[in-house]
Design a protein around this ligand. Structure first.
Ligand code: NAD
Length: 471
């Protein structure tokens, strides 16, 4: 049950906890009975998901709005549509992906059958995060279903309206035993993690990722950890500054900076920094008008706790643009800070809000060394037309992904795997990669008793001898 007051701040989820052991037991029985194996069943569930999204689009947009005051266009463009596109893409390729692969055979296996089967793991756990609370919970689920798994779905407790809606809608459209939704906070999730899963797919912070990894380790459960980090944006003087500023501020301001691949900070020369700030004033005015707080196009910070953390990062910053905030509303103006010291607290943790620090460097090599001294980011943004410097940044740094001369877009193409590296994550998904993530690639060699003469293989049997070794 969710009590909805007029503002999201008062939304309270009464967690009517379902027994995690029972949920997993039921899902495991269904899996062992083979319910999720037929492709027809998987198709039916995926089509159910399509209907879930299409028939409830407004309710989904409203719930996300209650959680984050997310504008309708952002909810539709970055949550509803990507989810639908992903399901449709999977449905179009399901037959092709589920078919056993037949790799080219070496001479020694010419007479054998050599296959790679795609086995489901079994009962998997999918844990979503609050910032894109609908998409990040359902996108991994699509691949889990397509690969033939049962899945326990655990949406984030920080976005209660969307999580509650997911828990109401999923049983209406999907098999309830195979795809149970489990609502809960830290206490309940800790209990859930004591269960044995065959795969855990987690999206959220690196700190909690470590907790998940530890829990999974007990049963050697494989994991995908989709986490975050400080994603840098490098800009040099060759970049089209007007377009650069627009594209970076768009990537930073959607969801009010609460995006795992939001550009976290900027690395550029002082000269580029001056130009950036000049253009940024125009862009913010264009995006949100002169009264940013009155604009309906900017999300709010998700909770008071997250808001206070952001405010706490501001002292000592040289603010060149923005800087206003309103705790009552959890409103924070897009804010640019210049000449930021690498030692300032804002440069020590992922910001996850609309504050953009600019750190000055003198050249591309300094930028590379700055990036390499820190944890590996989820995304790296390069704004430059200098091919040699683009290449240097691509080859000499490590990040989950890279987008050159734009932001965010590399996440939105389902032919590219999306995931982190090092502290920003392990494993990847989207499109085919989600299906592969939830499939065990089982090697199968089939030999018969006739086609390979026993004599040909006789040298493998004892008793061993030098002459057999040379055969
Ligand atoms: P969150 O608070 O929603 O937590 C994520 C999940 O972990 C939720 O299901 C939550 O209930 C659970 N959880 C939280 N604390 C727990 C604990 N102590 N024990 C067990 N389970 C617990 O999300 P968050 O962690 O605040 O998310 C923000 C972070 O997620 C940022 O670092 C962001 O970069 C990252 N993120 C990454 C991606 C990606 O795709 N790589 C996407 C979105 C967010």
């Amino acid at each position: 049950k969710v009590k909805m007051n007029s503002t999201r701040a008062e939304t309270v989820v009464d967690l009517t906890l379902r027994d995690p052991t029972k949920i997993v037991q039921v899902a495991r029985s269904r899996f062992n009975e083979g319910r999720t194996l037929p492709i027809k069943f998987r198709r039916k569930q995926l089509n159910g998901l399509v209907r879930l999204v299409e028939e409830n689009e407004q309710a989904i947009v409203d719930a996300i709005h209650r959680d984050l005051r997310k504008p309708e266009q952002e909810a539709v463009s970055y949550e509803v549509l990507p989810t639908l596109n992903e399901i449709k893409h999977v449905l179009n390729h399901l037959d092709e992906w589920t078919r056993p692969e037949k790799p080219p055979k070496p001479l020694t296996n010419l007479m054998d059958g050599v296959y790679i089967y795609k086995d489901p793991y079994g009962v998997v756990l999918v844990m979503g995060a609050w910032n894109y609370p609908f998409h990040l919970t359902l996108a991994p689920l699509i691949g889990a279903i397509a690969a033939g798994n049962c899945a326990v779905i655990k949406p984030s407790d920080v976005s209660p309206a969307t999580s509650e809606l997911i828990s109401i809608l999923v049983p209406k459209y999907l098999d309830q035993d195979c795809y149970p939704v489990f609502l809960g906070g830290i206490k309940e999730t800790t209990e859930l993690l004591k269960e044995r899963f065959d795969y855990i797919f987690y999206t959220g912070s690196t700190t909690v990722g470590q907790i998940i990894h530890k829990a999974a380790n007990k049963y050697l459960t494989p994991v995908t950890l989709e986490m975050g980090g400080k994603s840098p944006a490098y800009i040099d003087s060759s970049a089209d500054i007007a377009k650069t500023v627009k594209r970076i501020l768009w990537g930073k301001c959607i969801n009010s900076g609460q995006t795992c691949i939001a550009p976290d900070y900027i690395l550029c020369t002082r000269e580029v920094q001056d130009k950036f700030v000049k253009y940024a004033q125009k862009v913010i005015l264009e995006f949100y008008g002169s009264d940013v707080e009155a604009s309906a196009d900017l999300c709010r910070i998700v909770t008071d706790r997250h808001f206070e953390r952001l405010v706490g990062l501001m002292p000592g910053l040289k603010i060149a643009l923005g800087g206003r905030y309103e705790p009552k509303d959890r409103f924070m103006e897009p804010t640019i800070a210049v000449d930021v010291s690498p030692n300032h607290p804002i440069m020590q943790e992922e910001i996850f809000g609309p504050i953009l620090p600019m750190v000055t460097i003198s050249n591309v090599d300094e930028a590379i060394s700055f990036i390499n001294k820190r944890e590996k980011p989820l995304a790296l943004y390069v704004f430059s037309t200098n091919k040699s410097d683009q290449g240097k940044l691509l080859k000499k740094t490590s990040s989950g992904g890279v987008c050159v001369n734009d932001t965010i877009l590399h996440i939105a193409t389902n032919v590219l795997p999306f995931g982190g590296v090092g502290n920003s994550g392990m494993g990847a998904y989207h499109g085919r990669s989600t299906f592969d993530t939830f499939s065990h690639r089982k090697s199968v060699l089939v030999r018969d008793f006739k086609s390979v003469p026993e004599k040909l293989m006789a040298s493998r049997y004892p008793p061993y001898s030098k002459s057999k070794l040379s055969m």
